[in-house]
Each structure stands twice: as C-alpha cells, then as structure tokens.
Design a protein around this ligand. Sequence first.
Ligand SMILES: [Mg+2]
Length: 194
Amino acid sequence: MIIAIDLDGVIADSLGKFIEFHNDVFNTSLKVADFTSYTLNESIGMPRKEEIKHIEMFDDSNYFNEIKPLKEAPSAILDLSSSHKLAIVTGRNEGQKEKTLLWIKKYVPQIKEIFFIRKSVRDNSKSKAEICKEIQADILIEDNLKYAQQVAQAGIKVLLFDYPWNQSSNLNPLIIRVCGWKEALNFINSLKIK
Ligand SMILES: [Mg+2]
C-alpha cells in the first residue's frame, strides 16, 4: 500500500517540546491534557495573534531542533517500510524544509518522499486531501481532526491517533481511531495488503 503519514503528533513529539518551551519561556504550566483543540486559542483562550507569535518563536528556537520522535515511531516506520511505500505529508511549511528534512533523515531515514502542504505560514492553497489523492495514498495516519475529515471525505482511509485535541462524536466512517503505533500497525497488518 501507499501510506501517507503526518509528521507532528504522529512521528515527532513536537507538542512535548513546545510545552517545555512555553513553560520555560513564558513561565506557564501547560500540559498535554490542556490541548483539547489543535490551537491554544481554542484550548486555553490565548489570543490568536499571541499564539502565532509564540509558535514562530518556538520554530526559531533551539527547542525546535531538539524535538524527539514519539517513542514507538521509528521502529514502526522501519517495520512498515519493509512492505509498504511510505510518504510524509506535513502541515509544516517550506520555510521549515531544511530542518525538517535533516530531522527525518536522522530519525526515520526510510522515508524519502516528503510533501509540505504550505509554501509559507499563511499559505493554504493546497490541502492534505489533494496531496494524498495525488500520491494515490491508500491510508493516511494523522492526528489532526480537520485533516482527517477532509481526507476521509476524499475517500481515503484515515488512522487517527487518539489525543485530547481530536475528540469528536461525528467521525467519517473511513476514520479509525487508534491508540498509538501498536494499534496502527495491527490494523494495517490485518488488512493483509502489500
Ligand atoms: Mg499532526
């Protein structure tokens, strides 16, 4: 199969590092459970302008360079790469391309196809669904509810990593909720499709 995989929240523990950054720099006590939405604005009511500023500061900081992979991600990717074609489809923008490619080479070097859906922070001209269709992905592994719904609407199966920020009582039937990589691998192996 062709498996498209999101980067942040699925392979990279970017939120863990962002929380560390935010608590150190702004003296907050944020934790993962506070993120009941994808944005700080919706999660804790931070003004959107301030949130964007904080994210940009994080992206330029050393913390960004110290993002670690989620614990089971590298071995799961290695496992999948022996029978499937893998591609990363990330919501990061091309301004983060150089750092991101180095990171991928370091932690998940089996993945050679990498697609950035944005040219810049404000660019929304392409969607994950479009890229997934273009590369003829059979499955997307994702943690963002909005992207998951869009890709499922395009007729592509989605494995949605279960997190506080992607809860919904109204999931497209093509979306399967999984608790991390172990469940994702079990599901993909159960399909018995190469
Ligand atoms: Mg993500």
